[in-house]
Design a protein around this ligand. Structure first.
Ligand code: 5AD
Ligand code: SF4
Length: 458
């Protein structure tokens, strides 16, 4: 629902989202929280009464982008005669709240990731020019409780937040400081949200958490009320009518317990795709990163998951040029990549973040060496991704149709392995799972021919 706000919804809302899927989810919830106040999404910040910039602090570049965006918004705000309200949400807000207001005085409101349910109250305060402009208290439970339990779906695939925060304290990472301690949501609330989405045609849910497999949420009283693991949660959600596909992201090797691995074998709705970041293949670097596992421990987890679900696609995150990383350490990462064989992976140059232990370590690696290593790693990962995609040619894959393609008559969707799939077909297929025979593959997508429609929609 975008455009200009109609007469009933008096105020335009524009949300710019940076960073991870958790931020994408939070932005959707910010929209939900503001809807009862008459805010409706508009297509461009110029048309908005309220602009929310939902920020990411993970690497220096991400943070710098926020400040340059705020500079542009300041000029728009001036052009609007000061009518526009600018709110900064997310992890930069949490980490640099005071500094943000100092560096960019055009900012009206600053709210951390645990505070956006307080946005209506903050807007009211700001309009009366009373009270604090800054809300960065940690209260995840309060946030989970305060959110509307049902929400408007936006297509056949949706995120559902089940866990937030991180206690792992990897030495390079700001998340434990910006998102706070690990907290799980109650199963009852997750079920309510999932049912509400399913009743609106959602077929695929992605369970979200910074450490999603550390989930241990209280089960419904009728089920005994004990804490459930992510595996138990996935099995439970797979029984909700309409929910045909379940994914989860992002997970940590240390929390990959036996039951979750077993769920990959016994729960058909759990999609054969596992994003399990490893960061490095060198035990020395993994130790210095405080990851709490070795490269062989990671290899063993992947082997066990593949045993119960042989076709599972594996994804990961890597950091090159962590302080002290030698050529031999980097080669160990390359070897791990060769051993595992990834369907897709995200790789980054180490970025020193103020306040994290790694920032104080010796042996920072030069930009030139980081560049060289990143290029080598990405070339290998691209090759694996291309090979993985090409291995689907000739197969018939169930594809969740998510919208119209670029060309007329074309639709697109996603495979069980999270690949984008393009094929010719009628618009009426939108939101359904159809079988598509894969005839072509490239680095980023597959092309196919509609093979079978499961529901009566043609
Ligand atoms: N520098 C580079 N990459 C980082 N990540 C997290 N912190 C940093 C950092 N300081 C990467 C990790 C993580 C992903 C979300 O971002 O690979 O898994
Ligand atoms: Fe950051 Fe490590 Fe926590 Fe992931 S597990 S959010 S990388 S501290």
């Amino acid at each position: 629902m975008t455009g200009t706000p109609d007469e009933k919804s008096l105020k335009g809302l524009f949300i710019r989202t940076y960073g991870c899927q958790m931020n994408v989810y939070d932005s959707e919830r910010i929209r939900d929280v503001l809807r009862p106040l008459g805010y409706a999404p508009v297509d461009a910040p110029e048309a908005a009464d309220l602009v929310v910039v939902n920020t990411c602090h993970i690497r220096e570049k991400a943070t710098e982008k926020v400040y340059s965006e705020l500079g542009q918004l300041k000029r728009m705000k001036e052009a609007s005669g000061g009518r526009m309200t600018i709110a900064v949400a997310g992890c930069v807000a949490q980490a640099e709240g005071e500094e943000l207001i100092r560096r960019q005085p055009a900012v009206d409101l600053v709210l951390g990731p645990q505070a956006y349910h307080k946005l209506p109250e903050m807007i009211a305060r700001a309009s009366r020019a009373i009270g604090d402009r800054l809300e960065t208290e940690f209260d995840t439970i309060e946030k989970f409780d305060a959110l509307p339990k049902t929400r408007e779906a936006d297509g056949p695939a949706a995120f559902v937040s089940v866990q937030e925060g991180c206690d792992k304290f990897c030495t390079f990472c700001v998340v434990p400081y910006t998102r706070g301690a690990e907290i799980s949501r109650r199963v009852d609330d997750i079920v309510l949200e999932t049912r509400s989405l399913a009743s609106q045609g959602v077929r695929e849910i992605t369970l979200l958490g910074q450490n999603v497999n550390a989930f241990h949420g209280p089960a419904p009283a009728i089920e005994g009320g004990d804490d459930w693991t992510l595996g138990q949660l996935c099995r439970h959600l797979s029984r909700i009518g309409g929910i045909e596909r379940i994914r989860y992201t992002t997970s940590h090797p240390r929390d990959m317990d036996d039951d979750l691995i077993a769920a990959h074998g016994d729960t058909p709705a759990l999609m054969p795709f596992l994003h399990l970041p490893v960061q490095s293949g060198s035990d020395r670097i993994l130790k210095s990163m405080n990851r709490g596992h070795t490269a062989d421990h990671y290899r063993d987890i992947i082997a066990r998951v593949r045993k119960v679900r042989p076709d599972i696609a594996i994804a990961s995150d890597f950091i090159v040029g962590f302080p002290g990383e030698s050529d031999a350490d980097f080669e160990a990462t390359m070897q791990l990549v060769r051993d595992i064989g990834y369907a897709i992976a995200y790789s980054f140059k180490y970025s020193s973040r103020p306040g994290t232990p790694a920032a104080e370590m010796h042996g920072h690696v030069s930009e030139a060496v980081k560049d060289e290593r990143l290029q080598a790693l990405q070339a290998l990962l691209r090759q694996q991704q291309t090979e993985f995609n090409a291995s689907q040619i000739g197969k018939s894959l169930p594809v969740l149709v998510t919208g119209k393609g670029r060309n007329p008559g074309q639709m697109h969707g996603r495979s069980p392995y999270l690949q984008a799939v393009h094929f010719e077909g009628p618009e009426s297929l939108n939101g359904q799972i159809v079988d598509v025979k894969i005839v072509g593959a490239s680095l980023n997508s597959l092309t196919g021919e509609l093979a079978r429609v499961r529901e009566a929609a043609l």
